[in-house]
Design a protein around this ligand. Sequence first.
Ligand code: COA
Length: 142
Amino acid sequence: MEIVVVDPHTDLYQQVFDLREEVLRKPLGMSLLNEDLSRDYTDTIMAGLLDGKVVACLMLHPKSAETVQLRQMAVYDHLQGRGLGRELVAAAERLATDRGYTKMILHARQVALGFYKSMNYTVVGDEFAEVGIPHYAMEKVL
Ligand SMILES: CC(C)(COP(=O)(O)OP(=O)(O)OC[C@H]1O[C@@H](n2cnc3c(N)ncnc32)[C@H](O)[C@@H]1OP(=O)(O)O)[C@@H](O)C(=O)NCCC(=O)NCCS
């Protein structure tokens, strides 16, 4: 998988948008079109490409000089379970480390807890609701 940082003014951004909509919002009966997307223009968007097409994505949102938040993690359904998500998270951790961050945090959907645990993220605190479903705060020292 080729991994790139995506400029929000390009066609690749539209492909990332479509992936997020398909995997993260449609199953919940929601749409990104009803959300404030201003952070898309300031966060770092990372995408995994197969044959030049976006198949995996995530975004990195700076929280402080030390801490960055991983968000909008998605892999197309038919390509899940093949190691693509893990590969993209590893690339994001390297990029964050290169930029001087020492901690990654995220809000994990309950169904994705095992995915993050397999990469040594740990749960901090109690379950809470986000986009109407259970989530857990997780973190990893980089
Ligand atoms: C969660 C998601 C990003 C994982 O990406 P993926 O490419 O399918 O995951 P990988 O194939 O890289 O899996 C890496 C490891 O996590 C495990 N894993 C993946 N998804 C898992 C899940 N839902 N529950 C438990 N373990 C999981 C895999 O078994 C693998 O472990 P292994 O290396 O020991 O075999 C992807 O399945 C997805 O987009 N899901 C729907 C959207 C979603 O829930 N996003 C996360 C929002 S917080």
